[in-house]
Write a protein that binds this ligand. Structure first.
Ligand SMILES: [Zn+2]
Ligand SMILES: [Zn+2]
Length: 305
C-alpha cells in the first residue's frame, strides 16, 4: 500500500465542488425563502448559480439531521472524525424512532445513488464536465493502484472508445457507511482487482493501515522473491519485515500475497528470462578472472557504467 499524504491541494479543489453540490442537495440553495440553504463565496460557482435544488423524496427527519457545517465536515474531515459524525447522526436518528437500517437507507439515496453514482461518476443530468474519478486521480497524482502498486490506473480518456478508468475505493465500505460515499479521505484510487477484493472487507482504523494517515506504510511489510524450483522465481512476503499486526491485517484484507503470487508466473519469470543470460555471462567472466582482485574491480566498474 502507498501513503497518499494529506493532499491539501486536491482536497481544496474537490472540497469546493463537493460541498456546494452536497449542501444544495440536502439543504437547497440559499434564498430569502430558504435561509438555511447553501450559497458559497464564489460568485461564479456553477452549482450555486445553477437551477439545482434539493434531492426529493428524502425523509424529512433525516434531512434535518444535517447542518451546513456537518455537510462540510463530511466532505473534508479526517477518517477518525468521519466515523464519529456517522455514529453521532445515526444515534440521533434512532432517538427519533428510526432504525439503523432506516438511517443507511436514507444515506444511500443521497450519498451513494445521487452523490457517488450520479454526481461523482457523473451519470446524471448535471453533466458539467469530466467525471470526478478521472479528475481526482489526476489531482492526487497517482498512476498506480494505491493498494497493490502493481496495476496502472492511467488517467486518460479517449475521445471515442474506452480509456483506462481509475476506480475509487471507499476505505470505509459504502455498504456499511453510505454517509461517507463522498468524503475525500475515504476515496482511494485503486485498480479493479483491489477494489473488488476489498469490497467485502470491513476495515477499521484500530486494526488496518490507512493510505491517507499511515506515513510509514511502505516500511510495514516488504516482498522478496525466492526460487521454488530452478529458474522459477516466486514473490513471497519477507516474514521478518512484518513489524505490526496492522500491516499483517491490512495485507491479508487486501489479499496482497495472493495478488503478487499471480505475478510470479508472469512478470517475474519474464524478468528472470532477461536477467539470466547476463548473470550467466558474468559468472563465466568471474571464473576466468579467478581471484585476481584488480581485474574483478575493473570488471565491476565496467558493469556499473
Ligand atoms: Zn457554490
Ligand atoms: Zn490494486
Amino acid at each position: 500500500m502507498m501513503y497518499l499524504g494529506e493532499q491539501r491541494e486536491a482536497l481544496k479543489v474537490y472540497g469546493k465542488e463537493a460541498i456546494c453540490w452536497l449542501s444544495i442537495k440536502i439543504k437547497g440553495r440559499w434564498s430569502n425563502k430558504n435561509i438555511s440553504g447553501h450559497k458559497c463565496a464564489d460568485d461564479f460557482c456553477k452549482y450555486c448559480n445553477s437551477k439545482m435544488g434539493k434531492r426529493k423524496s428524502i425523509n424529512h427527519d433525516f434531512r434535518d439531521l444535517f447542518s451546513l457545517s456537518i455537510i462540510e465536515e463530511l466532505i473534508v474531515a479526517k477518517p477518525k472524525r468521519l466515523i464519529e459524525i456517522t455514529s453521532q447522526l445515526e444515534v440521533l436518528y434512532i432517538l427519533l424512532g428510526y432504525s439503523g437500517e432506516d438511517f443507511n437507507f436514507e444515506a444511500k439515496k443521497i450519498f451513494i445513488l445521487s452523490g457517488y453514482k450520479g454526481w461523482f461518476l457523473n451519470k446524471d443530468k448535471y453533466d458539467f464536465e469530466e467525471k470526478w474519478n478521472y479528475k481526482l486521480a489526476k489531482l492526487l497524482g497517482k498512476h498506480t493502484c494505491t493498494y497493490c502498486n502493481r496495476e496502472y490506473i492511467f488517467v486518460y480518456k479517449k475521445e471515442e472508445g474506452r480509456g483506462m478508468v481509475p476506480q475509487m475505493d471507499h476505505w470505509f465500505a459504502k455498504t456499511d457507511n453510505p454517509l461517507l460515499g463522498l468524503s475525500f479521505y475515504n476515496l482511494v484510487p485503486s485498480c479493479g482487482t483491489c477494489n473488488s477484493i476489498k469490497s467485502d472487507e470491513k476495515l477499521n482504523l484500530d486494526e488496518h493501515l490507512h493510505p491517507y494517515l499511515d506515513e510509514k506504510i511502505s516500511d510495514t511489510y516488504k516482498f522478496n522473491y525466492w526460487f521454488k524450483e530452478t529458474h522459477s522465481p516466486e514473490i513471497i512476503l519477507e516474514e521478518n519485515t512484518v513489524i505490526s499486526s496492522k500491516g499483517k491485517k491490512t495485507f491479508d484484507a487486501l489479499n496482497l500475497p495472493l495478488i503478487y503470487k499471480g505475478h510470479s508466473d508472469k512478470e517475474l519469470k519474464d524478468w528472470w528470462k532477461e536477467i539470466l543470460p547476463i548473470l550467466e555471462h558474468n559468472q563465466k567472466v568471474f571464473l576466468k578472472i579467478g581471484k585476481n582482485k584488480s581485474k574483478r574491480i575493473k570488471y565491476m566498474e565496467k558493469l556499473n557504467d
